[in-house]
Design a protein around this ligand. Structure first.
Ligand code: UD1
Ligand code: UDP
Length: 358
């Protein structure tokens, strides 16, 4: 049997990779290994996803942890290269745009192991984002490019990729959403904060451009305090943001509630029932589009334009003082939306079928 290694490491990777693992497992014609780099390691960033998405334990845990970009990427590269050399997979599959994605792809390609990139071709055209560098470089060295959105094809053509490498399969993050939707459950959390459906705002913000600079973060909190005057807000805080918030000790409105990161089923239940989502997350722009929940993205650009053109996403930019007015407007608006093409729960099945022919 041909050997395939699937590499994960950060929270969004788990959600994108699990349905692909399952679809390949069902085919029964590959020997699969799941390698977890350990880029993320807190239980509420990792273990809860393995448990809730009913995923087997990784075959290999590299235990890399946090570090500067060069440091973290280099450590993954070093450790995963050893794994690839000892086990010689026939294909390595990487997901999304995190440092683990690029490091695994680079290690594989130098050993002449073909690489498949799931979520290829997305571009924000903003090279100050570490993710954009990871996307461009990973696509450049990947042999198989699995696309979640049609406009990604053009981006890849412009970068010289060949048509026969490209497969528009749909969105594997939405596969997880569709599969686990019946189990979404936020009742306990809503009860504990006395939130009513469609009357609260869900927030997640963790992009370095929003949270790393203390003065910037203070302005962001000031704006969110004004949003909390409009409706109660819940912010499950990413560990990067938690660390930065601790350094500024900003005063928060009593209706701006912060919690630890939440499990997938709880978070998705809260997202489904929210009035509005305020975020800078890539994945949440897509999930909210699928669910039809208005999404305000606190960024100047997005690599996921389909969520604006067809979905419920609006770029509010990084002039934070504008956010409350946009929230007021959005909360009463009826937003028309479409579910983008092939976001139908079978993207992973398509990937498995392509690979079975490959
Ligand atoms: C990474 C990805 C980002 C993705 C996000 C998903 C890169 C360059 N960035 O950002 O694209 O949107 O994951 O959540 O790969 N930390 C903990 N516990 C953890 C993980 C992180 O405390 O389990 C803290 C550490 O202080 C760490 C910081 O968070 O230094 C940042 O973690 P890191 O993985 O470097 O980047 P993210 O901001 O999580
Ligand atoms: N998510 C979660 N709990 C949380 C916050 C997010 O389960 O407290 C899920 C969210 O629904 C989405 C994924 O994590 O499926 C997005 O990950 P993240 O925002 O960390 O990364 P990005 O998509 O920005 O790379």
């Amino acid at each position: 049997m041909k050997k395939i290694d699937l590499v994960v490491g950060a929270r969004p990777n788990f959600i994108k990779a699990f349905p692909v693992y399952r679809a390949l497992e069902e085919l029964g014609c590959f020997e699969l290994r799941l390698i977890n780099t350990g880029q993320h390691y807190d239980d509420n960033m990792v273990a809860v996803f393995f448990e809730q998405l009913k995923m087997k334990e990784p075959d290999i845990n590299l235990g890399i942890g946090s570090g500067r970009h060069g440091e973290q990427t280099a450590r993954i590269l070093d450790e995963i290269e050893r794994e690839f050399m000892s086990q010689k997979p026939d294909l390595v599959i990487v997901f999304g745009d995190v440092n683990s994605t690029l490091a695994a792809a680079l290690a594989a390609v130098k050993l002449h192991i073909p690489v498949a990139h799931v979520e290829a071709g997305l571009r924000s055209f903003d090279r100050t984002m570490p993710e954009e560098i990871n996307r461009v470089l990973t696509d450049q060295i990947s042999d198989l490019l699995f696309l979640s959105s049609p406009e990604a094809e053009d981006n890849l053509f412009k970068e010289g990729k060949d048509k026969n490498q490209i497969h528009f399969v749909g969105n594997t993050m939405i596969d997880s959403l569709i599969c686990f939707q019946p189990l979404f459950d936020s009742a306990r959390i809503k009860d504990s904060f006395n939130f009513q459906d469609k009357e609260y705002i869900l927030i997640t913000l963790h992009r370095p451009s929003n949270v790393d600079d203390p003065a910037n973060l203070e302005q962001l909190i000031a704006s969110l305090n004004r949003v909390a005057e409009i409706a109660p807000c819940l912010w499950p805080v990413h560990p990067r943001s938690r660390e930065k918030l601790e350094t500024i000790r900003a005063k928060t409105h009593h209706r701006l509630v912060m919690t630890d990161p939440l499990g997938y089923l709880e978070f998705m239940g809260l997202q489904r029932d929210a009035a509005v989502v305020i975020t800078d997350s890539g994945g949440i722009q897509e999930e909210s589009t699928f669910l039809g929940i208005p999404c305000l993205t606190v960024r100047d650009n997005t690599e996921r334009p389909v969520t604006i053109e067809q979905g419920t996403n609006k770029l509010v930019g990084t002039e934070y003082s504008n956010i409350p007015a946009v929230v007021r407007e959005t909360i009463v608006e009826k937003i028309e939306h479409k579910v983008p093409e092939l976001w139908d729960g079978d993207a992973s099945g398509r990937i498995a079928r392509v690979l079975s022919q490959w």
